[in-house]
Design a protein around this ligand. Sequence first.
Ligand SMILES: NC(=O)c1ccc[n+]([C@@H]2O[C@H](COP(=O)([O-])OP(=O)(O)OC[C@H]3O[C@@H](n4cnc5c(N)ncnc54)[C@H](OP(=O)(O)O)[C@@H]3O)[C@@H](O)[C@H]2O)c1
Length: 274
Amino acid sequence: MSRDLHGKSIIVTGASSGIGAATAIACAKAGMPVVLNARREEKLRKVADQVERHGVKAALVVGDVTDEGISERLLNAAEDELGGLYAVFSNAGYGSELPVLKTDLDQVRAMFEVNFFASFELVHLAARRLVEDSKPGHLLMCSSCLAKFTMPWHGVYSATKAAQNHLCLSMRAELAADGIEVSSVHPVTTATEFFEQSARRSGKGNDSDVLDHVPKWLIQKPEHVAAAVVKCLRRPKPEVWTSMLTRTFAAMATFSPRLLDMVMRRQLRRMKTG
Ligand SMILES: NC(=O)c1ccc[n+]([C@@H]2O[C@H](COP(=O)([O-])OP(=O)(O)OC[C@H]3O[C@@H](n4cnc5c(N)ncnc54)[C@H](OP(=O)(O)O)[C@@H]3O)[C@@H](O)[C@H]2O)c1
């Protein structure tokens, strides 16, 4: 049976652009009040305006997901300003485009802090509160298709996404008896600021060439991912995939690591020859 989302609040991190912004707006359209988080306040306010145009409240928590106490602030905003917590979409994250040998440990730690530890803290605290209050809820993490396989120069990023995926797998089983759903979201290449940010963090200026190596028909809009997230909120399922082809490839890559090696070597040759 489809769940009625009207009046059920959701916390969305990384809501100032891309998948997070689109999901916040799609949730608002479904009647969900939204707690919005990101670091860029001006962009966040514009998303809040769009959320409120759908007749639901938006609460803003501006800050870095790694800031001390921010997860508590997000949960308190849902409870104090929006009438209670129902769902979390832990989505804030970033990537890089660097060979493992050119990545230093500080960069790895910094990426895990944002993509994994901050995500862990938020869903962990949210789950505790829901269990303590004997309330149902739905926790979602924006992982990636790269949680299931990887590509050259995306090894560290994929590791953060695989970590999120495994956390969701375990939490889903552990929290089922408490009426709390846990889902991981596995977008494929999505046209957002993500690639520009990745290129910048990898010392390539603002020019990412990743999108040049992906067939245009495989590139999705953030609204497509957002619609799939709302569908999952209505009818909970373990994993959200927006591309059956990529999902099939992920299964094949698990079944045959040699096949994945072949694809990755081909990809690397292409990247090197531009
Ligand atoms: N685009 C893709 O192809 C793709 C594919 C698979 C998975 N994903 C995942 O989707 C999620 C969203 O990415 P996107 O594609 O929508 O990219 P995006 O447009 O760059 O959005 C990233 C969001 O995260 C926020 N953010 C980044 N670091 C943050 C921090 N330390 N604290 C708080 N907020 C932070 C950014 O806002 P501020 O800069 O304002 O803080 C922004 O709102 C990420 O987890 C990414 O790994 C993306």
